[in-house]
Design a protein around this ligand. Structure first.
Ligand SMILES: [Zn+2]
Length: 220
């Protein structure tokens, strides 16, 4: 039995497995990424090469998570729990290669003010000038990305975005009923401890609106 079949039969013990399978490890996917597709009768699994040497029980959890997404079902298994714990620990193992002076200083201020210097620095980078995703924390490569829109805004606003993303690194996620929750109540309460949180949030929205209008007019 191959790994996909094994994952499937542990997940759905009473269901048949009428599929062909195709597994491919490659370097094109980003760190610890993987995806699954069903084409006709074949399940295609693509994994980043980093998965190759990872324990099979963890890989089964990964594949089960992908199968559940594919079949739009929700449940959890001991393998999925193993996989989630593994993901939560990737940041500890990830080399820190990316940084930037503005983001680094922001990280240092936030780490001092809110985390008592206890937070290990993640990778830090500017992303595209995105209006949709202002900032993002990725567990798979321990990376905080901040939209380049914010390269020239008041430090308070950058720090607020940084604080939000570091809270993701700090609280990780909760896995319940087959779903991962990121903005938990605990998370939101911590976020509100940012001094003048409402005011900073307003300031942030104004900056985004203003920049959005500017780039809109530039199109004309
Ligand atoms: Zn968030």
């Amino acid at each position: 039995m191959n790994l996909i079949h094994e994952s499937h039969s542990r997940l759905f013990p009473s269901k048949p497995f009428p599929y062909q399978t195709h597994v491919e490890y490659n370097r094109r996917l980003s760190d610890f990424n993987a995806n699954i597709r069903l084409r006709g009768n074949t399940i295609y699994l693509h994994l980043n090469l980093q998965w190759k040497d990872i324990d099979e029980e963890i890989k089964i959890g990964l594949i089960q998570s992908l199968l559940l997404r594919l079949f739009k079902e929700r449940r959890t298994t001991s393998n999925i729990q193993l996989y989630n714990n593994f993901i939560k620990n990737i940041p500890i193992l990830t080399p820190k290669t990316k940084s930037d002076p503005i983001l680094e200083q922001s990280f240092q201020r936030v780490n001092e003010r809110f985390f008592d210097y206890q937070m290990e620095r993640p990778n830090l980078q500017w992303g595209k000038a995105s209006f949709r995703q202002l900032a993002h924390y990725n567990f798979h490569d321990d990376n905080v990305t901040v939209s380049s829109l914010f390269q020239d805004v008041p430090l308070e606003v950058i720090d607020y975005l940084m604080y939000h993303e570091l809270l993701h690194k700090f609280y990780k996620f909760e896995h319940r009923n087959g779903r991962s929750a990121y903005h938990t109540r605990e998370f939101k309460e911590a976020e509100q401890r940012y001094p003048n949180q409402k005011g900073t949030e307003r300031q942030l929205n104004l900056i985004v609106q203003k920049k959005c209008r500017k780039s809109f007019w530039r199109l004309w």
